[in-house]
Design a protein around this ligand. Structure first.
Ligand code: F6R
Length: 591
């Protein structure tokens, strides 16, 4: 993963450090910067958050050329040696890299057999060695030769002692080029660069970029110039300072963001897919990763009631390599908060290659995913900065449900009354969720008893099972307590063996007609010594979180909120860094 930034222009050092702050969501294992001054290139790097790097930087480092990096470790442990940037052995090139160099072991072996010494265990350092090895008298030729030697996904920024240009190589990993009166920028993320750039261009795959004082020039890997379109980016929201944690702030924003998601969907023209295409559909995929996948799982379980076609939620990384059928009558909804998740983006290609229609459901109107897909809808959750996704999940559910209902309406598989009931029902959700938020102290109290659990199992049936998956994901990722989600009926087929004193079970039960069955599941785990917390419109256990009444099809949007809060309070009580949990990053840009 990782975030890269490069700049030529006034105050390049300060701006690069500020950009790394915006990019920290892509990884915070280490940070580093290479600054080109009169005495050559100097590299500074530190393990951990950006402020560790800033603390260690000498004063007076301003320069007009800099590249920077924020790391999420893939190859090699979290250490200063493995932090970017990397020098070539002769220190004439410094590189930062986002992605994975798949042939690095072969390349590294070749260099080592000739006596080269590597200072890190990363794949990225190979690029610096390649540059030195390929150098003749033209840096451009050197960069081209290097680009052609690499296999994998990469966005690489390069500074060199030989001239005052910056160079970049791009394939599959995101790279945006920005321009302003003050400078030219290379960046992993359009939102980040839009803080400085008045125009931006999304770099196509297999491109080399040469950035000089007079502009940015794009070339294919054969060195032929290519035209790339610049456009005015949407200005990114400032990352405001919060008193507490972003995660809690973002949970409290859910009611207002649900309103925005619904209003935005209709304001932007709704579904925007040709009705004839919709009528001919034979299947819909809901494809995403992590929380985004869970939102697909949730909406699919509701949609099966309203649609007369196959509706299949699939994990993006599985979709890429499995043989899911796709044809001209396939619609694939790609769900991604960031719109930059590599697995999800790769899955798009498979659908496109086979003639399916691709539709992005994202929180960023200028994301790579949006540009890859035939259609796009914004979920309007606003900037989400905590690594654990919360409000985006609720907004994904609202938007996806509206999409599904529009499809059902065109296919005449939902009655007009039911359509209106559900769509109007969305307006009642903010008040219902406000009620849950007003009782959050109660959930904080319950968290006290959950924090020492040896494991936490989340169970639910049909539309409650996806909510269980999301609750469990939230808890494990920020508290580090082992947690799993199961369809409640499945417990007795093996997992019941794990039930004992010390285990907590969270039972979600919003489906009236299944409440007896849920009650049996609860009794089974209580009989084995587990403690139970029930979440639903009634009480099913000694500890119960009572949900307000909402339309059945919309329960998933509400029932997840106490689970988000529970995860938050458990993690806080355990002293975890809730906004930046260990080993994770906000945007996963490697497959
Ligand atoms: C969990 C979480 C992740 C993301 C996943 C997909 O809280 O945030 O599971 O949901 O990495 O990210 P996006 O939605 O950006 O594609």
């Amino acid at each position: 993963m990782c975030g890269i930034f490069g700049m030529i222009g006034e105050h390049a050092t300060g701006i690069t450090l500020q950009a790394l702050k915006y990019l920290e969501y892509r990884g915070y294992d280490s940070a580093g910067i290479a600054i080109k001054g009169h005495n050559g290139i100097n590299i500074y790097k530190s393990v951990g958050r950006l402020h560790n790097l800033e603390k260690n930087l000498p004063n007076g480092l301003d320069s007009s050329i800099a590249i920077g990096h924020t790391r999420w470790a893939t190859h090699g442990a979290v250490s200063t040696d493995n932090a970017h940037p990397f020098f070539s052995p002769d220190k004439c090139f410094a590189v930062v890299h986002n992605g994975i160099i798949e042939n690095y072991q072969t390349l590294k072996k070749q260099f080592c057999s000739r006596g080269a010494v590597f200072t890190s265990q990363t794949d990225s350092e190979t690029v610096a060695h390649l540059l030195q090895n390929n150098y003749s008298d033209s840096v451009f030729g050197t960069v081209l030769a290097t680009a052609n030697s690499l296999v994998g996904s990469f966005a690489i920024a390069i500074t060199t002692a030989y001239d005052n240009n910056l160079y970049a190589i791009k394939n599959k990993s995101p790279l945006v080029v920005g321009v302003s009166d003050n400078g030219i920028y290379l960046c992993s993320d359009i939102r980040c660069v839009s803080h400085w750039a008045s125009k931006v261009a999304v770099t196509p795959d297999k491109t080399v970029v040469v950035v000089g004082r007079n502009g940015a020039h794009f070339y294919d890997f054969n060195g032929n110039p290519i035209m790339v379109e610049f456009f005015t980016p949407e200005r990114a929201e400032e990352m405001e300072q919060v008193d507490g944690d972003f995660m809690l702030k973002e949970i409290y924003e859910i009611p207002s963001k649900i309103r925005l998601a619904k209003a935005g969907y209709f304001r932007d023209g709704g579904l925007k897919i040709d009705a004839e295409r919709i009528k001919k559909l034979s299947r819909i995929y809901l494809i995403g990763c992590g929380t985004a996948y869970n939102s697909g799982l949730q909406v699919a379980s509701v949609a099966r009631k309203y649609l007369d076609l196959d509706i299949l939620p699939v994990i993006a990384s599985e979709f890429i390599y499995d043989n899911y059928p796709v044809d001209g009558n396939t619609l694939a909804l790609f769900i991604s908060q960031s719109g930059e998740t590599a697995d999800t983006i790769s899955a798009v290609e498979r659908v496109r290659d086979k003639g399916g229609y691709t539709y992005a459901v994202t929180n960023t109107s200028s994301s790579s995913l949006r540009f890859k897909c035939d259609g796009f809808v914004n979920i309007y959750a606003g900037g989400e900065f905590a690594v654990a996704s919360t409000k985006a999940y609720n907004c994904q559910l609202v938007t996806l449900l509206l999409i599904i209902l529009d499809i059902a309406r065109i296919r005449q598989t939902v009655s007009e009354n039911e359509y209106i009931e559900i769509v109007n029902g969305i307006d009642k959700l903010p008040v219902a969720i406000d009620q849950i938020l007003a009782n959050s102290y109660e959930i904080a109290r319950i968290a006290e008893s959950v924090k020492d659990s040896s494991a936490v199992f989340y169970i639910g049936r049909t539309t409650d099972y996806p909510t269980a998956c999301e609750g469990s994901l939230k808890l494990k990722e920020i508290s580090y307590i082992h947690s799993e989600a199961y369809p409640a009926g499945e417990l007795k087929h093996g997992t019941l063996a794990l039930m004992e004193k010390g285990v907590t079970v969270v039972a979600i039960h919003t489906c009236d007609e299944l409440s007896d069955k849920m009650s049996s599941s609860v009794n089974e785990v209580v009989a084995r010594g587990a403690s139970v917390i029930s979440v639903g419109p009634g009480e099913l256990a000694d500890t119960s979180i009572i949900l307000p009444d909402v339309h059945k099809a919309l329960y998933g949007i509400v029932s997840v909120v106490p689970l988000q809060l529970l995860a938050y309070y458990v993690a806080k009580r355990l002293g975890r860094d809730v906004d930046k949990p260990r080993n994770l990053a906000k945007s996963v840009t490697v497959e």
